[in-house]
Design a protein around this ligand. Sequence first.
Ligand code: SF4
Length: 179
Amino acid sequence: MASKIKVATASLAGCFGCHMSLLDIDERILELVELVEFDRTPLTDIKEVGECELGLIEGGVANAENVEVLRDFRRHCKTLVAMGACAVNGGIPAMRNQFGLRECLEEAYVDGNGVHNPGIPNDPEIPLLLNKVHPIHEVVKVDYFLPGCPPSADAIWTFLTELLEGRPIRFAYTQIHYD
Ligand code: SF4
């Protein structure tokens, strides 16, 4: 039996919606696991990424830990994919880019509606926020961009099967959307 292709996934500044969309391929996941072995993903709970053929990244880059995880994926994955609007262009988390970081923190932790015990957290265990949220291609080289918020399960399925089987990736018109 041919050895399986190793795939890792991570969620940076995202909402896990893209991972949910991946799971929405429903029973086709049984076909997928015939082709691939999952390495580090939120699905396996493996914490360290190993050498992989394919890395799927959900979410943009909003803090120092995101940068570290993303660079680690780039080092270990031969092919790296920006999966979904947040990874492709920053998405919803990047809406904070029009404000200063202090302004965002004060709105969230001091002045905003419903804030109790105001105070900006400063525990050293909390990853430092970057001034802006970045799409992942501003931090590492990206091989493929899969748009959509989230990309549909069908689009993810088409992408994965064509890529894993070495065919040119062609989407039906209805599978591509940018919202
Ligand atoms: S692209 Fe949409 S679904 Fe995916 S992580 Fe971002 S907000 Fe969530």
